[in-house]
Design a protein around this ligand. Structure first.
Ligand SMILES: *[C@@H]1O[C@H](CO)[C@@H](O)[C@H](O)[C@H]1NC(C)=O
Ligand SMILES: *[C@@H]1O[C@H](CO)[C@@H](O)[C@H](O)[C@H]1NC(C)=O
Ligand SMILES: *[C@@H]1O[C@H](CO)[C@@H](O)[C@H](O)[C@H]1NC(C)=O
Ligand SMILES: *[C@@H]1O[C@H](CO)[C@@H](O)[C@H](O)[C@H]1NC(C)=O
Ligand SMILES: *[C@@H]1O[C@H](CO)[C@@H](O)[C@H](O)[C@H]1NC(C)=O
Ligand SMILES: *[C@@H]1O[C@H](CO)[C@@H](O)[C@H](O)[C@H]1NC(C)=O
Ligand SMILES: *[C@@H]1O[C@H](CO)[C@@H](O)[C@H](O)[C@H]1NC(C)=O
Length: 586
């Protein structure tokens, strides 16, 4: 177990980094530790100093916790913008100086509700606590509500007019516990608008930028007259009417101008029907538009710089840029097979290890299925395997070692659990020779309709008394090395197969097939559509309309205008030299 101090050090290493997005603004990541104490109170303080010093923009959450009166908190003065929530909790320091904080965006909320949570900032055992929270620049909370509880010493907060700050359209939920009357508080300065202030003196009056605005204003203003209205893209307030005069931007800031979106990375060229890179395109990074994502960030489909790709996408390198790409089906996941990692000395798949193959697309190592797989083994306390569990292998596309099957459930007529397997690499082999073997099963057909390569090692298909569709020649086409051989013996004989009508579908070429039906052909005679062999594509009739590419039917882009008597499209929408009638619908 790591001690609290070590945990603190780990957090320091993880969270202390930051960088400059624009020369004058230092952006830092922020935290998500909630009320956890990182090490001792002094470790905790040092971590916060490292994390937020000189920081103007906090991308995620600003969490100020466990600060006491002996700590110098001036490092918080640089902070102007927070992307997530602000948590101020368990502090006994008399004041938390966040005078320059203008905007809390609330992209993530404390307890899913609060953009500003001020919790338990008083210590009854020493009779001390935070008595001032001078958020004198805070004029905007874009999403979420506020929560104040357990702040027995905190003054003036009850005078704040939160409707000027909160975004009522986001339906904020607020929880404000009554402030006790025992406090000795100084009153707001008489000059404060409507008696609202963060502390005594005229410098602590609440600045109103919404409730005082003229009717003509669409959002914020700098005064009550119609000419005082801010630009619609401003948040927090402004110094003038232009989108360059905002105190903060509602959506994005691009070289000092507030906009609703960053300049797009690709633009549609109506002459060539192509998307072309926009030389002025920018990525969005928090609420800022930038030319290049900071180091260690990846780019999403939408051109945003993020730290990790979202579920359903995976990271790839494209021309030196790290990007998030949509996964084709399941995201790639490599798992250890037999002979590798924790399965180094394990001889077969069994009930104790089959769950480790969930969602795997690639198995590094081998897969062996033996009679013990289904029987279980008392010696190693291995239970009986439910045959249905074999379906875990349906996600597997590649096995780097071997696939050896010496028993298969009688309830399954083919090796359908491996129907998506595309490649057996044979880098490791069973008994040093075999990369694929199926023996002594009761299957009627192999059903390995996606298998297109066995890179190395020999193949044995033997003593499967009901097995038809075993073409000797086909295996050679899957081989990639001259030294590979195949032995097909003692399966169902030709007479038996003919009597059973075990012939390939008429949509298959004479090359053969993996089993019955139009989904099992080695090669389609005419065209293929999503693993089915078909006679023709929907060129002129049928929906969705299609075009042909490499003997495959592909759907027309939904933007294409449906045509009769002539082809609706001849290629993917954005491909070069798109011809025929294909219009943007907008
Ligand atoms: C903050 O900025 C000041 C002045 O630019 C510099 O001296 C100081 O080292 C910086 N502190 C940190 C922790 O980056
Ligand atoms: C209150 O202060 C005392 C003395 O400094 C400290 O030991 C105790 O942990 C504090 N309690 C809380 C809840 O912060
Ligand atoms: C807060 O104060 C109001 C008015 O003084 C009172 O009606 C209410 O019950 C109090 N709530 C709590 C939780 O003490
Ligand atoms: C002044 O404050 C009161 C109560 O806090 C509120 O009802 C009223 O609308 C405010 N007036 C203005 C002009 O903001
Ligand atoms: C079953 O799998 C477990 C976990 O991988 C292994 O420890 C055990 O030896 C295996 N039993 C047999 C009979 O293969
Ligand atoms: C497998 O994928 C499904 C669907 O994406 C997901 O719900 C499940 O948690 C995953 N299981 C594991 C062990 O990764
Ligand atoms: C084919 O197999 C069947 C059943 O196993 C058997 O009766 C028959 O004699 C075999 N025919 C030939 C030509 O081997």
């Amino acid at each position: 177990m790591a001690g609290p101090t070590e945990i603190g050090l780990i957090f320091t290493l993880l969270l202390s980094w930051s960088f400059c997005a624009t020369p004058e603004k230092k952006v830092c990541q922020g935290a998500n530790n909630k009320l956890a104490l990182l090490g001792t109170v002094d470790d905790h303080y040092q971590i916060l100093v490292k994390m937020y010093s000189n920081c103007t923009v906090v991308l995620e959450n600003l969490e100020i916790t466990y600060m006491t009166e002996k700590h110098d908190l001036s490092f918080l003065r640089s902070i102007q913008e927070v992307g997530g929530y602000v948590l101020i909790g368990i502090n006994s320091a008399p004041s938390i100086p966040l005078e320059n904080l203008r905007i809390i965006r609330g992209h993530s909320l404390y307890d899913d509700k609060f953009a500003l949570a001020v919790l338990s900032n008083s210590n009854s055992s020493i009779g001390q606590g935070m008595n001032q929270l001078p958020l004198t620049s805070l004029t905007e909370i874009l999403k979420g509500g506020i929560k104040f509880t357990g702040n027995n010493h905190l003054c003036n907060m009850e005078t704040i007019q939160w409707t000027d700050i909160l975004n009522m359209k986001s339906q904020p939920k607020n929880e404000i516990q009554n402030f006790t009357s025992q406090r000795q508080c100084k009153k707001c300065d008489p000059s404060c608008h409507n008696g609202s202030c963060w502390g005594p003196g005229p410098q602590n009056c609440q600045t109103m930028t919404k409730v005082i605005c003229a009717e003509q204003c669409s959002g914020r203003c700098k005064g009550p007259k119609p000419i005082d209205c801010c630009n619609e893209h401003c948040a927090a307030g402004c110094t003038g009417p232009k989108p360059t005069d905002c105190l903060a931007c509602k959506d994005f800031q691009d070289e000092g101008t507030c906009k609703d979106a960053c300049p797009r990375l690709m633009l549609y060229d109506p002459n060539t029907h192509q998307l072309a890179p926009n030389p002025d395109g920018k990525y969005s990074f928090g609420a800022t538009c930038i030319k290049i994502c900071p180091h260690n960030y990846v780019v999403t489909d939408h051109g945003a710089c993020v730290r990790t790709c979202s579920p359903g996408t995976y990271e790839v390198d494209e021309g030196g840029v790290r990007k998030c790409k949509k996964c084709d089906g399941l995201c790639p996941k490599v798992c250890n097979g037999l002979g590798m990692g924790p399965l180094t000395n394990v001889l077969s798949i069994n009930a104790s290890n089959i769950d480790s193959f969930e969602n795997c697309t690639k198995i590094s190592g081998g897969v062996t299925i033996l009679p013990t797989t289904f029987r279980g083994d008392q010696h190693t306390k291995t239970p009986v395997l439910d045959p249905v569990k074999l379906n875990v292998f349906r996600t597997v596309k590649e096995i780097t070692g071997y696939l050896v099957i010496q028993q298969w459930p009688e309830s399954m007529s083919s090796l359908s659990a491996f129907e998506n397997l595309e490649v057996i690499r044979g880098r490791t082999k069973q008994q040093g020779a075999f990369s694929f073997a199926v023996t002594q099963t009761k299957i009627t057909h192999l059903g390995l309709r996606s298998l297109r390569e066995i890179s190395d090692g020999d193949v044995v298909i033997g003593h499967n008394q009901h097995l038809c569709y075993t073409s000797h020649d086909h295996w050679k086409r899957l081989f990639k090395s001259e030294h590979q051989s195949v032995r097909v013996t003692a399966n169902a004989n030709a007479t038996t197969c003919a009597n059973r009508n075990s012939t390939c579908d008429e949509m298959c070429t004479a090359d053969g097939c993996w089993g019955p039906g139009p989904t099992m052909c080695f090669v389609c005679k005419h065209y293929s559509r999503k693993k089915h062999c078909v006679a023709s594509c929907n060129l002129l009739a049928g929906e969705p309309r299609e075009y042909e590419v490499n003997k495959t039917c592909a759907e027309c882009d939904p933007e294409c205008l449906l045509m009769n008597d002539t082809q609706t499209c001849t290629g993917p929408m954005m491909a070069a030299h798109q011809s025929l009638k294909c219009f943007l619908s907008h």
